[in-house]
Design a protein around this ligand. Structure first.
Ligand code: SAM
Ligand code: SF4
Length: 349
């Protein structure tokens, strides 16, 4: 059996070829999918252990100079109410995360020119000084010199997804971007010593399993450390609003194969999955994922950061419920920090 032969290669520590990866991604047999998830779960356990890492994200501005066709905060959405949190508002959330024991804060925004190098720099400096937390930035493409400046001030990680390595699809969904610039930014981040995050969207128009296999090999070749894989979710008012939602099964298979191929990496159970069904985050954690990202944008702003429509609110309680089994059976071997959990659920009340 070809499929089992590929999984056996994994067991024996052999590298998977492009053809192997395509074969794994294409299976639609229940038993094979189950075996794939199990292999990824074992790899996760062996390589990165049972601890589920919890991070808090603050979407601090929905202003964006770009018009990515899939995105619910793209420049072309004229009716969207734009917001920009102040440094003090952001710090208030940062402190609340720090107080409950979360160790990494993710600062995400559109490509907002108001937030200059200096302003971002001041924010990084304040977070470091007041809390010592680890900082993940997700601000899009910026000049190398700015990435370097943020790193010097103490930023630790950077998330900038390639979205797809298929150049034709990349160009179709990104009217403002060049795939080579995106790849170059990723290389800069690596050179500068960031933990380098990338990822892809599953279910883009015209995308096939072969494309996803190439994405996964790209993550491996580039030495990417964090890999976010989420389904495409149509966002209202965007040029892609009529396209179908990406396949959940294919997303979970891509998560599993990424764990098998890239091994020692952080893989979040993405909010895009959670927004389809909150139980799906637990499924991802049982198919190779090992990180959860909570959305901690203040409620009054959250509604306007619907990068995809009907985004589930991944707040502290619902994410923890998803991992602790309040809503479903969850494997007891996955360890989450109970102190953080208790603090978080108390803070919600
Ligand atoms: N502006 C920064 C950037 O583009 O990297 C950070 C913010 S952007 C909203 C963060 C991520 O949201 C993107 O990397 C993309 O993968 C994801 N995203 C946006 N719209 C999406 C959609 N409709 N479906 C799935 N993912 C989406
Ligand atoms: Fe802006 Fe990022 Fe959305 Fe593109 S994906 S429109 S860069 S926020």
């Amino acid at each position: 059996d070809e499929f089992l032969d590929v999984l056996r290669k994994v067991e024996h520590g052999k590298d998977l070829s492009y053809e192997d990866i395509v074969l794994l991604l294409k299976t639609d047999r229940k038993a094979e999918i189950k075996a794939l998830f199990k292999a990824a779960d074992e790899m996760r356990k062996k390589i990165v252990g049972d601890v589920v890492d919890i991070r808090g994200a603050i979407e601090f501005s929905n202003y964006c100079k770009k018009d990515c066709k899939y995105c619910g905060v793209r420049k072309g959405l004229k009716d969207l109410q734009r917001y920009r949190m102040s440094e003090d508002e952001i710090m208030e959330v940062v402190h609340s995360l720090h107080d409950i024991g979360i160790k990494t804060v993710i600062l995400q925004s559109g490509e907002d020119v108001w937030w200059t190098k200096e302003k971002i720099g001041n924010l990084i400096t304040r977070i470091k000084k007041e809390t010592g937390m680890k900082i993940t930035l997700s601000l899009g493409e910026r000049p190398r010199e700015e990435y370097e400046y943020f790193k010097k001030l103490g930023a630790n990680n950077y998330l900038l997804k390639i979205e797809t390595t298929n150049e034709e699809i990349f160009n179709f969904i990104h009217p403002d971007d060049d795939i080579n610039v995106r790849k170059e930014c990723s290389r800069y981040l690596k050179e500068l010593g960031y933990l380098n995050g990338s990822g892809c969207i599953i279910g883009l128009p015209g995308q096939r399993e072969e494309d996803i296999a190439k994405d996964i090999l790209y993550f491996k070749d580039m030495g990417i450390n964090m890999i976010g894989i989420g389904p495409f979710i149509p966002a209202k008012g965007t040029p892609l609003e009529k396209y179908p939602t990406g396949s959940v099964d294919l997303t979970l298979k891509a998560v599993a194969v990424t764990r098998l191929v890239c091994k020692r990496v952080f893989i979040p159970a993405t909010t895009a999955l959670a927004s389809i069904d909150s139980n799906l985050q637990a499924d991802a954690l049982m198919a190779g994922a090992n990180t959860i990202m909570l959305i901690n944008t203040p409620p009054k702003y959250r509604y306007n950061y619907q990068i995809y429509s009907d985004k589930n609110m991944v707040d502290l309680k619902s994410a923890y419920d998803a991992v602790t089994g309040a809503k479903r059976e969850f494997p007891p071997y996955l360890k989450i920090d109970m102190e953080v959990y208790n603090n978080a659920t108390n803070a919600e009340k």
